[in-house]
Ligand binder design. Sequence first.
Ligand code: G6Q
Length: 547
Amino acid sequence: MSCRTSLPAWQALAADAENFGSVHMNSLFAGDEQRFDRFSAQCGGVFLDFSKNRIDEGIFQHLLQLAEECEVAQWRDKMMSGAIVNPTEGRAVLHTALRDRSKQPIEAEGEAVAPLVSAELARMERFTNSVRSGEWLGYTGAAITDVVSIGIGGSNLGPLMVTEALKDYCDERIKMHYVSNVDGAQISQVLSKLNAASTLFLISSKTFTTAETMTNARTARQWLMDQSNGEAQAEKHFAAVSSNVSKAKEFGIGEDNIYSMWDWVGGRYSLWSAIGLPIALNLGFEHFLSLLEGAHEMDQHFATAVPEKNLPLILALIGVWNSNFLGMNAQAILPYDQNLHRLPAYLQQADMESNGKSTNWQGETVPYTTGPLIWGEVGINGQHAFYQLLHQGKTLVPADFIGSAKSNNPLPGHHENLMANFFGQSQAMMTGVDLNAVREQLTAQGMDKESVERIAPHKVHEGNRPSNTLLMDALTPKNLGALIAMYEHKIFAQGIIWQICSFDQWGVELGKVLAKAIEPELAVDAEIGAHDCSTRNLLARFKSLQD
Ligand code: G6Q
């Protein structure tokens, strides 16, 4: 297997970076009225403008050539047809099949996938409707009003992000609460507001062995028993989502209340499976289906759109250009929508757990940077906090600006103000303002010459900072589905270009193993084992501070 750096396209891009990497975008825009048309693309209700990047037609063509030489399209087809594209775990990766309601005949490990997906969706629908309609009754005969979703990582971040994002579609029939942290603070706070008689717990864990989730699930079960003086029957208050049915049954959850997922659904790609039940319970099943529909539309787009208009592929290539060739190893996610406030956290997992790796498919260390540092915040709040660094800092951070043309909360003046900032910030990152222009501005404001010279350098914005703008018609379930799927496929395409295994997560294991060894050592009478002197002394100090 040849290293990506020896590909003709990689070498052409390295030369491009030498020759054109520092060309100011202002000069690329000057006199080129076609730039926006050429460097923009659309899928359904999601529009992408990628013209504010340091690319010209030649660089873009070399990026497309890189995708071709890396066989991204062939790998995409393999993934979508159920081939083993998660080699270190020996698994197919078929989250796309979860949202394909056309029931294409796809097999994973010899088993037809569509019937499994349809059957589980039908069970989810019945469960959702029975809880939401008040048919499902708790131990006193009261209808369910609150659902507590207990799960962590991929079994939490997706449903939490989506139910927050689509709050405006929620009819308040069922209130959702999430518990992910094993810190007792979170579950205590959640339970303190609830009435056991009308509360249902949904334990979401693919493996049903995750320590944090199991600890929280046991605490929830004990709380239910305490609150009901031992009268509550677990089957009226517990349901589970897992691929480990026997473990869920061992915990005491009846088989009828266990919803399946499969090995070919990765945790961080699982919100489309029964892991998405919090979404359906909170918003209603029809909205969950719209989410799937939007994601499927993006899947089809990724599979069929020409490369130069293919949103996920373009985002992947722009990311590769910025990080591997221009040395920008971070990516800001900046939603201009309050309800998308969990999107940066969600994408942190999706991207960093997938592509935060340094070993290629052959087990060799790759000689280039891989997944960038993903971070972000609701844009308008970020403006009053960290945008200083985006505009004038020495670390260059490409940004994705995400917003909608129509507001779901159209109060007079609000959306215009929000979106004026949305457009103004990416423009400022791109155009900047040079010393002469600053001098002129300050002089025009009546500042004396000496002050102008002293202050002006501080107000220079060099600009030329890359960004993508994602403008949706509106934040709807369908558009959100498409947006998430777009990022999933971007991450996939980058993993292929970097030749890394995007679907495993060995990097999260070592710390867990060490924590398991340390936990018994925290008991008052237990000995502290052989650790480095930092860890040993910290453990000793921790123990000495217990009452
Ligand atoms: C996601 C990861 C990880 C996983 C959690 C929860 O891709 O695998 O975040 O989702 O560790 O695992 P369980 O669902 O098995 O509890």
